[in-house]
Design a protein around this ligand. Structure first.
Ligand code: AP5
Ligand code: ZN
Length: 214
């Protein structure tokens, strides 16, 4: 099963990807996590990406398309994958189509901007795995520690309110056009499009996904 999780920053893509990975046994491909790993390793890509990400801007399409094309050829993607944060521009979506990548489900997370700004203020992440928590809505078992490894959780560099608002603006300009794009793909019978209410609690969104995907 190949799934695209489409939604604004903070809409809950990463949170639900964790749930879907466990339930369906398919890997999460988060372009944001891949870029953060490159930054941590200090690769040339990482050095370039850091400035762009901290400013809340998008990395160039060519770089991102190259990363994903390579990633989806890996053996663990044979049964499918979850695309989290990709595609987020029309050229990225076109590149997948031109590459013959058939997507079974596109899932749009609908969450208003003000809810997102509130959520991002309490987000904590485990940098090693990309696991995501929230101090109130999805707290770890031990405060400030990852549930699996016990390692420290951190605040993402791009989670300041100013940068979150910038990322939301870019989402509306550059990524929202994908809503029409994939709805048209669904009408042409090339994929299935679902819109879910991302403002509900984490478990309620889990439940909506199970109902959609079976
Ligand atoms: P990326 O890492 O993809 O960030 P994003 O798209 O901005 O999304 P987030 O990870 O911020 O949000 P999410 O939807 O995963 O929400 P989460 O589950 O964590 O990208 C980062 C940067 O990398 C980009 O800005 C760009 O520079 C670059 N980049 C990445 N991909 C790119 C691409 N394709 N092209 C170009 N550039 C690219 O949840 C958020 C918080 O809310 C958490 O605290 C969580 O616990 C909480 N929460 C989740 N669900 C609920 C709920 N139902 N109720 C209450 N709280 C909830
Ligand atoms: Zn995420």
């Amino acid at each position: 099963m190949r799934i695209i999780l489409l939604g604004a920053p903070g809409a809950g893509k990463g949170t639900q990807a964790q749930f879907l990975m466990d339930k369906y046994g398919i890997p999460q491909i988060s372009t944001g996590d891949m870029l953060r790993a490159a930054i941590k390793e200090g690769t040339p890509l990482g050095l370039e990406a850091k400035k762009v990400m901290d400013a809340g801007q998008l990395i160039s399409d060519d770089i991102i398309i190259g990363l994903v094309k390579e990633r989806i050829t890996k053996a663990d993607c044979e049964k499918g994958f979850l695309l989290d944060g990709f595609p987020r521009t029309i050229p990225q979506a076109d590149a997948m189509k031109e590459n013959g990548v058939v997507v079974d489900h596109v899932i749009e997370f609908d969450v208003a901007d003000e809810i997102i700004v509130d959520r991002m203020g309490g987000r904590r992440v485990h940098p090693g795995s990309g696991r995501v928590y929230h101090v109130v809505y999805n707290p770890p078992k031990v405060e400030g520690k990852d549930d699996v490894t016990g390692e420290d959780l951190i605040i993402r560099a791009d989670d300041t309110e100013e940068t979150v608002r910038k990322r939301l603006g870019i989402y509306h300009e550059q990524t929202m056009p994908l809503v029409d794009y994939y709805q048209a793909e669904a009408q042409a019978g090339n994929t299935q499009y679902h819109k879910l209410d991302g403002t509900q609690a984490v478990e309620a969104v889990n439940q909506q996904l199970v109902e959609l995907l079976g």
